[in-house]
Design a protein around this ligand. Sequence first.
Ligand code: S5P
Length: 245
Amino acid sequence: VVQFEEKTRLSYEQKLETSQHSVAKKLLETAITKESNLIASADVTTTDELLALAEKVGPNIIALKTHIDIISDFDYEKTIVPLKALAEKHKFLLMEDRKFADIGNTQELQFTSGVFKITDWADFVTSQVIGGYESLDCFKNVGVVAIVGMSSKGALTTSAYREEALKVANSHPNVIGGVSQNQLPEEMLLFTPGVNLADSGDGKGQQYNTPEHVFKTLHTDFIIVGRGIYKSENPGNAALTYKNE
Ligand code: S5P
């Protein structure tokens, strides 16, 4: 009888031993300490909602993912200062999902300037790799999560694109991992959005899988959950449910 052994994923402890980047290490340490691999996506549009959500989900997440440019009353002192305090209190990291997609010089300006000053507060950011290797050089003081594959219907991140994107991402020292709906090389951390226990889509192109599916078939390291948590009647309980899943 020939037995086929299913390839198992490395443990967070094993990944911690081999990870090179300080932000990757911090994420893995947080995951181990809090026994969580959950990132909540805070796609809310006011500072009050953002801070209230962070307070509720904070104990059960390892990172809070923001789209800081959708906060309509953004103010560095009123939005970021208390958000950083909550991150410190509940021991989670801040992931700004900016999905940079330009030449290096422009990305550097978008990262460091404007009202958001992402460089001052984000622990890690998402970036497309469409601008090529050198476009990622500006993200020196943060970890970069490369957008390798997207979850939406009809996305142009085909297997040929993903293969090329991975070459850029996996060779760049600022990159700690990738966002994808497919497995990644073991040395990269895999972040998977498009996770929801109740729905299979949102009617706007988003496609959902369950936590069980992405952990078992993709060997995801961290799930990213937005509406499954922040639209829930009780986001604190929902975060705990997704953490336990
Ligand atoms: O391929 C992707 C990449 C990202 S980062 N698909 C995604 O949905 N995302 C983000 O994950 C998206 O921008 C949103 O902030 C979150 C998913 O939210 P949900 O409400 O659909 O869970």
